[in-house]
Design a binder for this molecule. Structure first.
Ligand code: FES
Length: 93
């Protein structure tokens, strides 16, 4: 499975997007998953108040309230066979 992680760069999440992108890059490099996970920038996901946010495709799992500290866990979950953290999935969305 190849995942694309879209980091929200919308008006609410944008100020933290660069720091999150660095955290994702570091976690991907540390786990050697650069062949399996591609980082992208995404637009507003209409969850601004829960931000900063990211979304993973395929699957469409939304990660809300992100911090750099939570990124390594997300990456290792994706690397272990692709079960994104459902606790962060917004089923309403
Ligand atoms: S700006 Fe990120 S969800 Fe709206």
């Amino acid at each position: 499975m190849h995942y694309r992680v879209y980091i929200c760069t919308g008006p609410h999440c944008g100020p933290q997007a660069a720091a999150l992108e660095r955290a994702f890059e570091q976690a991907i490099a540390a786990t050697g998953l650069d062949e399996q996970i591609t980082l992208r920038q995404g637009g507003c996901m209409s969850r601004c108040e829960q931000g900063p946010n990211a979304m993973v495709h395929p699957g469409g799992a939304a990660y809300t309230g992100l911090s750099a500290a939570s990124v390594p866990t997300i990456i290792s979950q994706l690397g272990q066979g692709g079960h994104p953290l459902h606790s962060h999935t917004d089923s309403q969305g």
